[in-house]
Design a protein around this ligand. Structure first.
Ligand code: AMP
Ligand code: MN
Ligand code: MN
Ligand code: MN
Length: 276
């Protein structure tokens, strides 16, 4: 059975409605699915109802923005109670910082010769509470400043580039605490994307485990096949459950479509092992 436990709708920085994402996952043969919008649970009711109507197994999901050792880490929460108070309050707090950060990002871009990007990015945000770098990137591509989203991040918006605004998201402790407090399972998203030293990676994995984190994404649209093997070894070394997700945002962006991920490498315990 195909599993996809990481993707986005227009409630964060995807382009399809939760129902459209569910239908596309189902069309692509996904049998177990989670919608994991950034810092936002508003799409989950529609996701669950559509998945149920299609006969697709569904678990609740979210992708929480965390700042750890000065860089952003994403923690996916799965199979949690979406009505949990502390979780909802924590995510509302994170979302609150996004509008201010977006204004600052627009100021930086203006100083780099790209005026009015806040106003330009806003129509791309399906959820005005959740304006993200992705929406700015779509605007810059639309306006012809860059050819691809990847070019925008490489030139302007990736961590440390001239349009990047440093931001303090939640702490690792908060994010894992909200997820486990809501009865869910915390998973480190796309570890291959983080620019930490080997020592920092080990410290991240150890701290995450000490806090009650259980899983790590091994197969994701952000990893190369070599990284599937690398993070399979990490999962075994730290005793993590293994997760898999496309990180689908849009039919026109990204490497992988919904359900387009290969199976987990052998010898791992899937994060969904006791959910089916
Ligand atoms: P934000 O939460 O506003 O910091 O935006 C982060 C989002 O930007 C991620 O979830 C990705 O969707 C997107 N993103 C980050 N880095 C890249 C990249 N190098 N190429 C394309 N999209 C990226
Ligand atoms: Mn995203
Ligand atoms: Mn992510
Ligand atoms: Mn994601």
């Amino acid at each position: 059975m195909k599993v996809d436990l990481h993707c986005h709708s227009l409630m964060s920085d995807g382009v399809l409605t939760p129902a459209q994402v569910a239908a596309r996952a189902h069309d692509n043969g996904v049998g177990l699915w989670a919608l994991t919008d950034h810092d936002e649970l508003a799409g989950l009711k529609e996701a669950r109802e559509t998945a149920r109507a299609l006969g697709m197994q569904y678990v609740t999901g979210v992708e929480i923005s965390v700042t750890w050792a000065g860089h952003t880490v994403h923690i996916v929460g799965l199979n949690l109670n979406e009505h949990d108070k502390a979780l909802n309050a924590g995510l509302a707090d994170i979302r609150g910082g996004r509008a201010i950060r977006a204004r600052k990002m627009a100021d930086r871009l203006a100083s780099l010769g790209i005026p009015d990007s806040y106003e330009g990015a806003l129509p791309f945000a399906g959820n005005p509470d959740l304006i993200s770098r992705t929406h700015f990137a779509r605007f810059l591509v639309e306006q012809g400043y860059c050819k691809t989203m990847q070019d925008v991040f490489n030139k302007y918006l990736a961590d440390g580039k001239p349009g990047y605004v440093p931001v303090h998201w939640s702490t690792l402790e908060q994010a894992v605490g909200w997820i486990t407090g809501a009865g869910g399972r915390a998973v480190i998203a796309h570890p291959g994307r983080y620019l930490y030293t080997p020592m920092q990676f080990d410290a991240l994995f150890e701290q995450f485990k000490d806090l009650g984190g259980e899983g790590i994404e091994v197969v994701t649209g952000s990893h190369t096949p070599d990284q599937y093997s690398e993070y399979a070894r990490v999962a075994k070394r730290f005793g993590f459950l293994a997760s898999a997700g496309s990180d689908f945002h849009s039919p026109k962006e990204g490497k992988l479509d919904l359900g387009g991920i290969p199976p987990l490498p052998a010898g791992l315990t899937p994060v969904w092992h006791d959910w089916l």
